[in-house]
Design a protein. Sequence first.
Lengths: 296, 276
Amino acid sequence: MKKGKWGILFISPYIIVYLVFTALPIVISLYRSFFVNYWKGLIEVGPIFSGLENYVALLSDSSIYTYLSNTAIMWLLGFVPQIVLSIALAAWFSDHRLGLKGIRFFKTVIYFPNLIIAASFASLFFSFFADGGPVNAFLMDIGLIDKPFMFFSNTWSTRGLVAFMNCTMWFGNTTLLLLAGMLGIDPSLREAAEVDGATSWQIFTRITLPLIRPILLYVMITSLIGGIQMFDVPQILTKGTGDPNRSTMTILMYLNKHMFSKNYGISGALSTLLFLVTAILSLVVFWVNYRTEGRR
Amino acid sequence: MNRSIRKTIAYAVLIIVSFLCLFWFYALFINATRSNGELASGFSLLPGTALVKNWNSMLGCALPVMNSMKNSLIVSFATSLLCSYFSIMTAYGIHAYCFKGRKLFYTIMIGFMMIPRQVTALGFVSLMDKMKLMDSFAPLIIPEIACPIVFYYMIKYMESTLPMSLVEAARIDGASELFIFNKIVLPLMRPAFAVQMIFKFVESWNNYFIPTLILHSDNKKTIPIVISLLRSANFAEFDNGLIYMVIAFSILPSVVIYLFLSRLIISGITSGGIKG
């Protein structure tokens, strides 16, 4: 059929660009991960074919596990408060009986931090929480502390700030997604429960939560993929060192470090591993969406 | 009954949360107007006197602030325009035509929708090096023509708003397929185009990981890279007013966009199905 040709023509720019700039880099990462190849000063070592040697080197070094757990800890520290807060806000916004005013205003405000350059936000927090910065000045003024608290010399305050920033940047987005899910629930279910004398809490736990489970799962996995990409905030906050004592070094900062030191074999192996993990998570999202669409 | 208590709690939480969302940026803009001496004397909620001075020291400092602003604008605008246009074109190709492999294409795109470019970093940078595209804007712009998330949004939007009868009618009138796409489909997709342009613009504006690997020379750097240099440069260590000014200036475009288009952005997050 002639018309079908037009369809192929319309999608061909996309397909070509996707193959060249997304699919090919994945193949190149995989290919280069099988070669030992790095720069030692001004001398290039390799590339020498070495099979899985890079993967063995990467996985037998304890660093990768430290950085994985750093990433996981900071993600969880930001994600748990974020999801609790987002569920509460979405439940309040969607509860007509509660009758909150100014919902549009609040929605606008909580989404705002999502638009801010993460790099700028991190720079801002670095200046605010510096040893001589305004936060320390304020805490000393009100007499809470006598001498400046060194936020960036303490593992948990640094991780806490990273998590706090991530939470601030993303909870608005999560709230809006959950709210859309809650507003999509058939109102007659709610009304029936109200007629039967259910309390707001019962309606929330027995009707709302079970029905938004697919969206909750979706939000969780997309946030996890975002967590794996965590880079801008800790990179700028710690000047790329992941200090104190490498406790805020994320897995992507590790990749960035290897790429800047021209450690191509290891970078390729790390890229490939990260690709596999995100591909699996992406397929889970696909499966969740597919199941929800099927049910509609 | 306890409704008023719950309402009070809800308002209290909302006010605290709103405060935490806005306070940092309010303080940032205030600090950008204060001189280094004023900043050292403690925190204040009122503007200082050094707005013009900080602005001038930003223009005169060693960082290419203005140039990076221009670079970011070029990259973000080109990215968002190309991405939205080609996503609509691709979505239309899938939505309006029947051909072999159509289902397969759709499934693969949606299946791998969430894979971020960061995880292909090594291969991407090696390829750009081979193609002699390092230190240019092309690697930041061209790849975004194929953005599965935007494509997904566009096809969902088309399914709900584009009447195929209109396309059929135009065909009967003898319009060419290209004419139909450019003159009938594109105008109908204008709202989706606008929403995705904004999102893509902001995303590209904020992009940091890939640009640091691609752009090296000073006159090519984008805003987030310059922001990261604030942290490593020694020259700015003694003028905090300047640092706040550069940060404030870097987020100003996002703030302006949001002031005017917040309603469109808020509705865009959830329309057209689930979107990350």
